[in-house]
Design a protein around this ligand. Structure first.
Ligand code: HEC
Ligand code: HEC
Length: 217
């Protein structure tokens, strides 16, 4: 974590670290799922998320290699209605708490495909600047602080893996976060630190950083 302290955004990072210490005490425990039972459940999921958890539809997220803890939270949120999506909510409704643990353990152990960066060079440059350095003048934090230098996330802290995710999916999610605490149609994504981060981003910035991320591996 030494790079963290050297960052010009150390002041902001200190605040983030402080918030993390409160949100994720070291003592937090996490029940493990059974990946073999999860594999059996994954047959239905594959129709949208890809047979190996690598989605081929740009609107649907890949799950291969995603953090277990993040997936468990996401599935509980879809099930409770806290996070809404017309396609996914009905799927999560069918899962028991044990199913959620098992299927998350299965996907966390699958191998993510290497992403390919699309978009113009200028766009990818802006995306890289935002991802790696944030926008200091507007207090926009660097994405790298939580999602990691290679976009692989931080599994114990439940910061999701973003690397190789389709840009279209990422753009949609950032715009949902930007809408903040107002439920929008069937899309809801509330109570997240991403709401305040995305609230400050323009469409162009969201697109640039999403195209950049989709090429990370
Ligand atoms: C009919 C298509 C469909 C099927 C089948 C489906 N999903 Fe999904 N899933 C989606 C869509 C679409 C999203 C993105 C929702 C959004 O925009 O928030 C999603 C999101 C997710 C997420 C959140 C990913 C992230 O990065 O935040 C998880 C976890 C997930 N699905 C797991 C599953 C599991 C496990 C199954 C099988 C039991 C399954 N899905 C079946 C369409 C589907
Ligand atoms: C302080 C930590 C933190 C920082 C900094 C941060 N994120 Fe996040 N990000 C999170 C967390 C936590 C989630 C999960 C939120 C949820 O599901 O409610 C998340 C979720 C996301 C998602 C949704 C992923 C998925 O699979 O659905 C995207 C996209 C995203 N972040 C992009 C970014 C970008 C782009 C930046 C930089 C501009 C950034 N994040 C900065 C913590 C952070």
């Amino acid at each position: 974590m030494a790079w963290f302290l050297l960052s010009p955004m150390s002041q902001f990072c200190a605040r983030v670290l402080f918030a993390l210490a409160i949100l994720f005490p070291a003592s937090a425990t996490f029940a493990a799922g059974d990946p073999a039972a999860g594999q059996a459940l994954s047959a239905t999921c594959g129709a949208c998320h890809g047979v190996d958890g690598n989605s081929i539809n740009p609107e649907w997220p890949s799950l291969a290699g995603q953090g277990e803890r993040y997936m468990v939270t996401a599935l509980r949120q879809f099930k409770s209605g806290e996070r809404g999506n017309v396609l996914m909510s009905s799927q999560a409704a069918l899962l028991s708490e044990q199913d959620i643990l098992d299927v998350s353990a299965y996907y966390a152990n699958q191998t993510p495909k290497i992403g390919t960066a699309q978009g113009s060079e200028k766009m990818l440059e802006l995306g890289q600047l935002i991802y790696r350095g944030g926008i200091l003048s507007r207090n926009l934090p660097a994405c790298i602080a939580c999602h990691g230098p290679s976009g692989s996330g931080n599994a114990p802290a439940a910061f999701p893996r973003l690397a190789g995710q389709h840009a279209t999916y990422l753009i949609t999610q950032l715009k949902i976060f930007r809408e903040g605490y107002r439920p929008h149609k069937d899309h809801t994504r509330q109570n997240s630190m991403m709401n305040s981060i995305a609230s400050d981003m323009t469409d162009a910035e969201i697109e640039a950083v999403s195209y950049y991320i989709s090429g990370l591996y």
